[in-house]
Design a protein around this ligand. Structure first.
Ligand SMILES: [Zn+2]
Ligand SMILES: [Zn+2]
Length: 176
């Protein structure tokens, strides 16, 4: 659809902030609230489950422009221990500095007088979406012998030998 192409360009444009104007007025602030398709900033991930959203504040500082606030990424994946399908929304804290001259090693560059918030949000969102998740902190997982879901059922399997083997394997993987 031609319409969706325009929408994506609008998102990319909205996430590119004119830094020159802000840098001229130390203390000046701007806010940006936006919800958009991850495709617009090339966030393509198996676990992404809906639109990304940002609620950001930009503040002109002496040494650059500070961007704070939150990015939200809805996700769908399976529990690392019991493999049950789970969904949620990751709230990602944003606290990033943009500088013309990169004095702070963690800062993002201001290029051509522009701040590209899209690149930063992309980086943070992909990192967050890569994370492994549990259905619950105390998920009991699956029995390694019979595969029963230990959250719902119990079994009489002797798992001590199997667990030892896995421990040895874990060691090998870690040494790699
Ligand atoms: Zn689980
Ligand atoms: Zn079992």
């Amino acid at each position: 659809m031609p319409g969706s192409v325009f929408e994506m360009n609008d998102v990319v444009r909205a996430l590119r902030v004119n830094a020159a104007e802000l840098l001229r007025q130390p203390g000046a602030t701007r806010s940006l609230v936006l919800r958009f398709d991850g495709d617009a900033i090339k966030v393509v991930h198996d676990h992404l489950d809906g639109d990304l959203a940002v609620d950001l504040q930009l503040e002109s500082m002496n040494d650059g422009i500070l961007v704070t606030g939150e990015a939200r990424a809805p996700w769908a994946t399976s529990c690392r221990r019991c493999l049950k399908d789970i969904t949620g929304v990751a709230a990602i804290d944003v606290d990033e500095l943009y500088q013309v001259e990169l004095i702070d090693p963690d800062a993002y560059p201001i290029e051509n007088n522009q701040i590209d918030l899209g690149a930063m949000v992309r980086e943070l969102a992909l990192l967050e979406l890569d994370g492994e998740r549990l259905c619950a902190e105390d998920c009991a997982g699956l029995c390694p012998v019979c595969g029963i879901d230990r959250n719902a059922d119990t079994c009489d399997c002797d798992t001590t030998v199997t667990d030892d083997r896995w421990a040895a394997l874990d060691g090998l993987v870690l040494d790699d």
